[in-house]
Structure formats: C-alpha cells, structure tokens
Design a protein around this ligand. Structure first.
Ligand code: NDP
Length: 381
C-alpha cells in the first residue's frame, strides 16, 4: 500500500491509474555486461513510508560502483542493509536495478512530505541498497525533517542530462572533503589540496568545489586530461604517466588535505606530502570496507575494517598527519548547497558522453573501460 498525499492507503498504481509495470534495465544475477536485461515489466515502485516520493526519471548517471555492483561487489553487505533480519531468501534483491544518479520530476509524495510537491524537478544520489535510476520511476526518501533526505531541488540552470552527472560524485566529494577532510567554504581559502586522480567523476567535481571555496588545487592525471582539469580551475597539474608521480609532487610545497581517488600504492607515499603537525589529512575513497564485510560478514568485517583503519591512523598520527577513509553519504542538504553553487555558475557538469536508454550496455562498457573524463549519463525519458 502507498501512503499518498490525500491520506489514503492505496496502491500507488491504482491510485494514480497507472500501469503496475515500467521499463527498466535489471540484472537477475551478478556477472559481466551480459547480465543486463531490458524489461517492460519491472515492478512499478511503491511508496512504503510517508517520507518517500516517487520520481519520474529523465536521466540517470553511471559510476564505477555500478560496474562493481553488477559483478556482485557489496552484495552481502547491501543484502544485510536491505533485509537486516534476513527474512528473505538469498537473491531476493533480484531483479536489481542499477544507476545511482537521477535527475527527474516528482510524481507523487508520501503523507509527510511537504518540502516537495508533484511536478518539482529534483536530483538525487541513490544509496546503493536501494533500487536505482535505470528505470522509468524510482522511490526516494524526502524526509521532511531533512534527516536521511536524499532528494534536492535540481539546479535550474542545468538540463536533466547535466544534472544527472553530479549527485553521486558531489555527495561523495562533499562527504570526503567536508565531513572527513574538515574543509568548508569558510576555511578553504589558501589551503593547499592535492587530488590524486582529477580527471574522473569525483575529481572533476572536487576541483570545482574547492576552487569556488578559494583553495589552491593540485591535480594528478594523464597528460591528455591536463586541458580538462585546468579548464575546471586546477592550479598545478602533474602528469602521472610521465614517470614516478611522487617524485614530482615532492618538489612542491606540502599539502593541507589530500583526496585520493586512486588508492593502491598511493598511500605508501602520499602521506609524506602532507604538512606535519598542523591537522593535515589524507582521505582515501578506495577502501576495503565492503570487500571486508562481504567476505567476513557485517560484524567481523566491520571489526577488521576498524582494526585496519585504526592501525593506519595510529601509524600516521605519530608522524603528525591524519589518515582517513572517505565514503559516499547521501545528503539532500549538501546537494542543496551544490545546487546553489551550480546556479551561481561556480560548478559545471562535465558529461563525457551521453547514451540513450536502449544503449545502457554500451554505457556500462564505456564506464568499465576506465579513463573517464567526467561522467557518463543515460537519457531515460
Ligand atoms: P572515475 O572512473 O570517474 O575516474 C577515475 C579517473 O582516474 C580517470 O579519469 C582515470 O583516467 C584517472 N586515473 C587512473 N589512474 C590514475 C592514476 N594513477 N593517477 C591519476 N589519475 C588516474 O572514478 P570516480 O572519480 O567516480 O571515483 C574515483 C574512485 O573513488 C573509484 O575507485 C571509485 O570506486 C571510488 N569511489 C569510492 C566511493 C566510496 O564511497 N568510498 C564513492 C565514489 C567513488 P586515466 O586512466 O585516463 O588516467
């Protein structure tokens, strides 16, 4: 049943006299691109809680996470989040809809929603445990108290395609740089920030946000992405394909914050680029958190994660720098701020390529190849 705005309890599909099915790209098992299946018969989403809204999807953005989730990454952990009491059988997440970014229009609001109304143009980053945006419609939380709010009014100056390129990377960069890195619009002026991997989704957004807050931004990327990142405001650009990148970075003044979008070997040398004993932080987005909880279960995985991060943090704190893990966190209020920055002309969308709804497998192939220069977006309706 749906708790809809007129106070009645009805199934949304009958209340709105809509079809009970919709078009979507789903997966029925984990695997390579061949598991993607187009259907006209995906279940129409239903409002289960009074703080939810149904959004008609105009455009959906893809992220590396979609490729990973298609292959089963995070499956055990996300299953626990979806079904904490393990009531459902294994595989109950299928048919699973991927796609974490959405730009669209509110169709229907739950009883407690008054910040949004049907017809509002919105954008959102959809948490990975929820059904995604590669579908005609998606249900999202729009809590009136603005806690757990996922939805935000879309920037007026952006098309749906451009808007769908931003929410997930914006929410991730915000969470990593603001919540974990301690930066904000009032304290970033003259701070020196290094972004390892500036040419992809997170990097192209983070450069612009930091520049609009007055930070000095150094970026590592391939030589052929230099023009792109400089155009977004990067002050110093280091080509990582031209020899050991750490050697060149060591010749530069030290940094207050490092955002690591690359991971792997980087953490062996990157922390020595921070200014010691003045609160400088290294925040990496490439963490073993979901892998640990997938392999060891939630409790042991979290324990393993806590031990790993605490050991690393402790090791570095003795050298006067902070080691942190950064995570995507859905945040409507952060998106509201980003929306203002976009409409003020401080942040633009960087859409590398746009695909039609029929071309979703091609869009996945493109993301999977790597070497992103901004974002990949699918037009849905
Ligand atoms: P993208 O795939 O959009 O971008 C990655 C970019 O890095 C590409 O432009 C790539 O271009 C470049 N790159 C690759 N190798 C290097 C290198 N050694 N040095 C510098 N640049 C390099 O990814 P996103 O920006 O969306 O995400 C970045 C990372 O953060 C991903 O690993 C993602 O999984 C992770 N992430 C984690 C989240 C979390 O909650 N922890 C949330 C969101 C993202 P090229 O290869 O041509 O140089």
């Amino acid at each position: 049943p749906a708790l809809v705005k007129d106070g009645s309890l009805r199934t949304l599909s009958t209340s709105a006299r809509r079809s009970t099915v919709m078009q979507a790209w789903v997966i029925d098992k984990y695997g390579n691109n061949s598991v993607l299946r187009y259907t006209k018969n995906a279940s129409f989403p239903i409002i289960h809680y009074p703080n939810e809204v149904i959004v008609k999807v105009n455009a959906a953005g893809l992220n590396p996470l979609d490729i990973n989730m298609r292959g089963g990454y995070g499956a055990a952990t996300l299953a626990m989040k979806r079904d904490p009491l393990s009531i459902n059988k294994a595989g109950s997440e299928f048919p699973l809809i991927l796609g974490r970014d959405v730009s669209g229009v509110i169709m229907e609001c739950g009883l407690d929603v008054s910040y949004f109304k049907p017809g509002d143009e919105v954008w959102a980053a959809i948490p990975p445990w929820k059904q995604g945006s590669l579908a005609e419609f998606v249900v999202l939380s729009a809590n009136e108290l603005r806690q757990n709010l996922q939805v935000s009014h879309k920037p007026k100056s952006l098309s749906h395609v451009d808007a769908a390129s931003l929410p997930y990377v914006a929410a991730t960069a915000w969470s990593a740089l603001v919540n974990t890195g301690g930066l904000n619009k009032d304290n970033s002026a003259k701070k020196r920030v290094l972004i390892l991997g500036g040419s992809g989704g997170v990097g192209t957004f983070a450069i612009q946000m930091l520049k609009s807050w007055g930070a000095h931004v150094t970026v590592t990327c391939s030589q052929n992405a230099e023009h792109l990142v400089r155009g977004l405001g990067a002050d110093d650009v280091v080509d990582y394909t031209a020899g050991p990148v750490e050697r060149k970075l060591h010749t530069l003044e030290k940094f207050d914050v490092i955002l690591d979008n690359i991971g792997g070997e980087t953490e062996h040398w990157a922390l020595s680029l921070l200014k010691p004993w003045c609160g400088a932080k290294y925040v990496t987005l490439v963490t073993p958190f979901l892998r640990n909880t997938d392999q060891l279960g939630l409790a042991d995985g979290m324990m393993q994660t806590a031990v790993t991060v605490a050991t690393k943090a402790l090791k570095h704190i003795t050298k006067g720098v902070h080691y942190r893990w950064g995570f995507f966190a859905p945040s409507g209020p952060a998106l509201d701020d980003v929306s203002e920055m976009v409409d003020a002309g401080k942040i633009r969308a960087v859409v590398e390529e746009q695909f039609s709804f029929a071309q979703v497998p091609k869009a996945f192939e493109k993301v999977e190849k790597g070497h992103a220069r901004g974002k990949i977006v699918v037009t849905v309706t």
